[in-house]
Design a protein around this ligand. Structure first.
Ligand code: FRU
Length: 486
């Protein structure tokens, strides 16, 4: 077995567990200087099963330290997805005001498959050791499918607010509690938007529109599987208002997607950010082929954490995403800068090959000129390439991983994913993060995002291409990224 740094597909700046299967991010909370990342984890194998909560911590959302298992499955239950809150006023009685408890609210999935209900566990040592509450479950409606509670403190009602999925009914239900133990039903939202699959892993958070403190909207995230925009698992969202009891979506939104790639699921946000920011992370995989991806002894990575905004795009509040700013701390010396060059029809290496690599952070501004398609080819060579392109006629940014390397493990893997992206001020702006087995594309101001896994062979080339005419590369800044791994 190779050390985690040397395995060819091992992510270098995305979190992955040293070994075994991982799915959804869970329990995202900031406490005492640490961002916690819990995750759905099989401590005993490299496919889904024995679901428990794994654990990692970070001070900057970039450098992660994997910690021992937090919440194990037991003879009765698997520990499904959920959230963690810091109980500062000790409403639950599990800690004290001087040493607040971290309280996990998770779904107890009965091992015989008969029941899902919401349960508690608590820690009074900064999340290092956990105790399951003896009175579990705390919320049981007798349903077989009822999961993924996201709990937050709701200051106007001075109570805890739970957002939880009724997956088969395509509903999100809200509950309120004074103490995390007794829960009162408030209201339902849905069906709405995309419903061609089960609703899972909801999240609800307020955002200021265009950073204006006088204009707050609420964003309801609902993950969906299958029925996502790119096939299989996907994350949709609704913008609206929350009055403490009920979420009302703004009218005529259609279906809106957090990410148009195939590998961004179970996306949820951190609670309690010290700077009041909203960061999200997703499982960088898809239930269509998640257990078949060719990695060993681990399976799955998380996306890069993303700092969210709610900006006015085409006249309506729209979620925008950018990689967390601290990612810049991994940039290595000697960036490549290219300015004002024509990209004629065909494909050519970027800057005499100086930009080649397998962990890259690229910022590019193109003007389309008369080209029909243009962009970058990554991990290019030996007949392989991952294309990040712009389709001028369609007004779409796309990732084509058809020839990206190993694609044969599932018929659902090869293909092209597309996201609408307007040319603004004559330019197409792209930020591209390339890791050993993934590419993430942030278009425009971050209103169009695509996340895709890739499993390339040895080539590390970066090439420019255009089809049907000549495009112009106005600027390109490329940084190699180091690793967070010790
Ligand atoms: C989403 C999901 C959740 C569930 C967990 C089980 O990927 O199905 O709804 O809690 O995974 O691992």
């Amino acid at each position: 077995e190779e050390p985690p740094g040397a395995e060819p597909y091992r992510p270098q700046f995305h979190f992955s567990p040293a070994r075994n299967w991982m799915n959804d991010p869970n329990g995202l909370v900031h406490y005492d200087g640490e961002y916690h990342l819990f995750f759905q984890y099989n401590p005993e194998g490299n496919t889904w099963g024995n679901m428990s909560w794994g654990h990692a911590v970070s001070r900057d959302l970039v450098h992660w330290e994997e910690l021992p298992l937090a919440l194990p499955h037991d003879e009765r239950e698997m520990v499904f997805s959920g959230s963690v809150v810091v109980d500062r006023e000790n409403t639950s009685g599990f800690g004290s005001p001087e040493n607040p408890a971290m309280v996990a609210v998770y779904t107890s999935h009965a091992k015989d498959g008969s029941r899902q209900a919401q349960s508690l566990a608590y820690s009074t040592d900064r999340g290092r050791t956990w105790t399951k509450y003896a009175g579990n479950p705390v919320l049981d409606i007798g349903a077989r499918d009822f999961r993924d509670p996201k709990v937050q403190w709701h200051e106007p009602s001075r109570s805890w607010l739970m957002t939880v999925a009724l997956p088969l009914e395509h509903k999100v239900r809200f509950y309120r509690s004074p103490d995390l133990r007794q829960w009162t039903e408030l209201s339902d939202f849905g069906p709405a938007g995309a419903v061609d699959g089960v609703w899972e892993c909801p999240d609800l958070f307020p955002m200021q529109v265009d950073g204006d403190p006088e204009r707050t909207k609420w964003v309801l995230v609902v993950n969906l599987n299958p029925g996502g925009i790119a096939g299989g698992s996907g994350a949709q969202y609704f913008v609206g208002d929350f009055d403490g009891t009920r979420f009302t979506a703004d009218p005529d939104q259609g279906t809106r997607w957090l990410d148009h790639g195939k590998d961004y699921y179970a996306a949820v946000s951190w609670d309690g950010d010290p700077e009041g920011r909203r960061h999200m992370i997703g499982w960088m995989n898809n239930w269509q082929y998640g257990e078949q991806i060719p990695t060993d002894p681990w399976r799955s990575a998380m996306s890069v954490p993303r700092t969210m905004g709610l900006g006015t795009v085409d006249g309506r509040p729209t979620l925008t995403q950018q990689p967390v700013a601290a990612l810049d701390s991994l940039r290595l010396p000697d960036p490549v800068a290219v300015r004002e060059v024509d990209v004629p029809e065909g494909s050519q290496p970027l800057a005499e090959g100086r930009g080649d690599g397998r962990t890259l952070d690229i910022e590019a501004r193109f003007s389309p000129g008369d080209a029909e398609h243009f962009g970058l080819e990554l991990r290019a060579g030996d007949g392989q390439k991952t294309v990040v392109g712009y389709d001028a006629a369609a007004g779409e940014v796309y990732v084509d991983r058809t020839h990206s390397g190993d694609t044969g493990f599932s018929p659902d893997f090869p293909g092209t994913q597309r996201a609408p992206l307007a040319v603004r001020d004559g330019e197409v702006r792209l930020r591209i993060l390339l890791d050993a087995s993934s590419v993430e594309v942030f278009g425009g101001a971050g209103e169009s995002v695509l996340t895709d896994q890739i499993f390339p062979g040895a080539p590390e080339g970066v090439r420019l291409f255009a089809e049907g005419g000549t495009a112009r590369l106005k600027s390109l800044d490329l940084h190699r990224l180091g690793t967070y791994r010790p």
